[in-house]
Design a protein around this ligand. Structure first.
Ligand code: SAH
Length: 442
């Protein structure tokens, strides 16, 4: 029997959490030509200039990697960049409804795949832990549906600072955290609802079991190589010291072809492209795992389906920031190329999307959820926040069309059958995948 989401959602939550009105990262495009307010030479810039002087110009990918995740000085490693006092804001920080609907998505997929006795929820780049926190609240509220299911949380995070904030958001303070900087699992804790949480630096270190994977605004911070088509063929964009101004960095084109050219697709028609080999490696790992043990991956980010060219940009203090100025003080990002992610899945699993955020959230029942929260609240400021958050997430001119959802699922999920159906049983027809289709409950 299918129960429409409307009636299933009604008895749920009536709590609202505060939101912060700030800027989101998908808004502008830039490639190093926007006047920067802050042009002091940072320790990161000194480090990069030393590197360039000793071994020559560096690729944009190496620049991004150093600036964002260098263990000593990286932007992500020691910053809390999210929220009002940070550099940008993300959907889970804007509205609790976002994470709640994603929680519903995982439960809906868990049901559709046959209600396994256990699953891991793995989040890549969990920021402040807000998204997982909202998902865990849904899991608690739907405890009767998930009862007897053994759930564990696995967070993949490179940032020391953010992992501490995630622990504060998610764990029960009375149970001390276990820390071991040398171990692949560098921290362990227990959620407020008693679910074990483990922290890793790499996806490869997360145990291979039946898992649901989540990556929100994670793929856009992975390093990209940039290429320009020239009469001599593809030439990679490098970063060098400006010979005219000794403490300034500038873009240059490589004089000959470079190894990363191997990542350019044969049928490429654009004349400027960004390729992200790290994204390919992660998608291959996710695809292998899902093909082997089942589960699903949900990836949400701003991006395109293989059409855009120059999207590398920086954000600092909710403003666009010159990517080559004061490195280490600003976020660097590039749009996700979903067509590349689809190719990297290599048909080991089925891929769905990208679909625009406004479509995905509508299909997931955002209007019903908003109404429930509005009906429950008498406080005009809370009601206004809820409406503003909805507008930010859904408005085509804001995040509604720039952000996309993309999923990887086992082939059998889309073609009927699941892991728990034996050969003699008739295969049930596959239920639609929520978000990519309207949400229904079996
Ligand atoms: N998903 C969160 C945060 C997005 S910001 C949200 O939507 O609010 C990007 C996140 O990815 C941060 O938590 C950052 O520390 C983490 N991150 C960046 N590069 C990473 C890498 N190479 N491996 C693991 N985490 C990374």
């Amino acid at each position: 029997m299918r129960v429409p989401v409307r009636s299933a959602l009604r008895p749920l939550w009536n709590t609202t959490r505060p939101v912060i009105p700030c800027i989101w990262r998908g808004k502008y495009f830039s490639s190093g030509n926007v006047p920067a307010q802050n042009n002091r030479v940072t320790p990161m810039q000194r480090h990069l200039m030393y590197k360039i002087k000793s071994t020559g110009p560096i690729t944009v990918a190496e620049y991004m990697k150093e600036v964002l995740t260098n263990p000593a000085k990286g932007y992500y490693v020691h910053h809390d960049m999210l929220g009002e006092k940070g550099d940008f804001i993300t959907s889970p920080e804007i509205s609790q409804i976002f994470g709640e609907l994603i929680g519903i998505w995982f439960i809906s997929e868990w049901i559709a795949a046959g209600k396994s006795a256990a699953f891991q929820l793995v989040e890549l780049g969990p920021g402040r832990g807000t998204l997982t926190g909202d998902i865990l609240r849904v899991f608690s509220q739907l405890g009767s549906v998930l009862k007897n299911c053994d759930i564990s949380i696995h967070l993949v995070e490179v940032s020391q600072k953010l992992s501490e904030i995630q622990a504060l958001t998610l764990t029960e303070e009375k149970i001390p955290l276990e820390r071991n900087a040398e171990s692949l699992v560098y921290m362990k804790g227990v959620s407020k609802s008693g679910i074990p949480i483990s922290w890793y630096r790499n996806l490869q270190d997360v145990p291979k079991g039946y898992s649901f994977y989540l990556a929100h605004e994670f793929f856009d911070v992975l390093p990209v190589h940039k290429f320009q088509k020239t009469p001599q063929g593809w030439r990679e964009v490098f970063i060098d010291i400006d010979p005219q101004v000794s403490d300034k960095l500038r873009f240059v084109l490589a004089p000959c072809s470079t190894p990363a050219e191997a990542f350019i697709q044969q049928d490429e028609t654009r004349d400027h492209i960004e390729v992200c080999p790290d994204a390919g490696v992660i998608i291959q790992e996710l695809s292998q795992r899902i093909a082997l043990t089942g589960g699903a991956a949900l990836i949400a980010d701003y991006g395109h389906d293989g059409t855009k060219t120059d999207t590398f940009r920086g954000f600092c203090g909710h403003k666009l920031h010159d990517v080559l100025t004061a490195p280490g003080t600003a976020d660097l990002t590039a749009d996700v190329d979903f067509s590349y992610l689809r190719k990297m899945a290599q048909e080991k699993v089925a891929s769905l999307g990208p679909v625009e955020q406004k479509t995905f959230l509508k299909n997931m029942g955002i209007d019903v959820r908003l109404k429930v929260l509005l009906d429950k609240s008498d406080d005009p400021s809370v009601r206004q926040q809820l409406l503003q958050g909805y507008d930010m997430l859904m408005n085509p001119k804001k995040m509604g069309e720039r952000f996309n959802f993309f999923a990887l699922l086992p082939h059998q999920r889309l073609h009927g059958g699941n892991h728990q159906v034996n050969a003699q049983q008739t295969k049930p027809s596959a239920s639609p995948v929520a978000g990519f289709d309207e949400l229904t409950w079996r």
